[in-house]
Design a protein around this ligand. Sequence first.
Ligand code: NDP
Length: 398
Amino acid sequence: MSKVIIIGAGGVGTVVAHKCAQNHDVFSEIVIASRTRSKCDAVAAAINQPWVTTDSVDADSVDRLVELFERHRPDMVINVALPYQDLTIMEACLKCGVNYLDTANYEPKDVAHFEYSWQWAYRERFEKAGLTAILGCGFDPGVSGVFTAYAAKHWFSEMQTLDIVDCNAGNHGKAFATNFNPEINIREITQNGRYYQDGEWVVTEPLEHHRTLNYPNIGPRESYLLYHEELESLVQNYPTLKRARFWMTFGQEYLTHLRVIQDIGMARIDEIDYNGQKIVPLQFLKAVLPNPQDLGKNYHGETSIGCRIAGLGKDGNPLTYYIYNNCSHEAAYNETGMQAVSYTTGVPAMIGAMMFLTGKWTTPGVHNVEEFDPDPFMAQLPLQGLPWHEVVNADLEL
Ligand code: NDP
């Protein structure tokens, strides 16, 4: 018996709420709280159970969060608002004795820069308070870390190279739209690329390196090297890794739009003066772009996200290993009303919370997902809608 508060009622929050409600034996009470209460009410109405209720909160304010937590006294908060709110929510958790889980690491609003240091700085305080914080528990970060931990536990004596490959082969029929919050998405893609090689971080120009990779059931797709946050913790937790990279597919049409958006200054995140009013161009752009939550209805095709790992197997011989999930946009929409990008993020967030609430991932402190036992999480993935597959000793293409 446990009570959770889900903060955020966007694409991901909607999926988390549906999946928690499907697992009522673990999540006996669910509160959906966000800035705009009407969005929480709509999600709760779709679920239509008396133990799913709503509230509103400005998660930028520790005081408002403390009031929310005192009103509801949850065991855990699932933070699927924006990365800007991570630290205020963690502070409020410490004040009220609430455990914490999120899917994206902290980013300050005024610099497009993300790293774990801000959240790792809370390790000692969470540990002393006997509270658990689970960081980055979506798909990537999230399942990508659990897949890596599973490979290390069951397949490798030494992992040498890791490539996380993320393909969205879906088509939503719009000329340009982002699959999750446009502001966060565009900030992520337009920054420099970065990968880990022989103990150093190598910086690239944005989208400088790309390759054609083949994805199961999809075929060849152009894949671009990006920096992604899970690389930071994975190279620390698996020090035998000589190289770690992250690749994501983009279509030509998407990249052309992105280039124009940048060239005309609409990706800027600094304030400008417009007719006496301060606006941030990227936030204004978000207001006119299609809402990612509305893409689901006509979305066809699949996502395919996985880890391609090379090294030495348990027997000491060279081994290659590819573990992945494919997720259909249509199936995700039929189940939750959201497309596969929100679905593949929301399902693992629910499973991570389930791991804590059922006593499997409870070590106090602030932890990335790969620090926990991957087996119970891996067992839940197919049961909750995300089956995974393994390919051994095939060409990794990388
Ligand atoms: P949305 O923009 O669709 O939803 C964000 C929600 O957070 C909205 O309900 C919004 O409220 C709410 N919110 C924003 N600011 C505040 C605030 N100050 N106080 C309270 N609520 C607030 O985003 P997504 O659902 O697409 O993404 C959610 C999170 O998931 C993001 O952090 C994103 O980075 C992460 N993510 C992680 C992935 C992974 O694989 N790990 C993949 C995809 C996303 P309002 O409606 O009022 O704006």
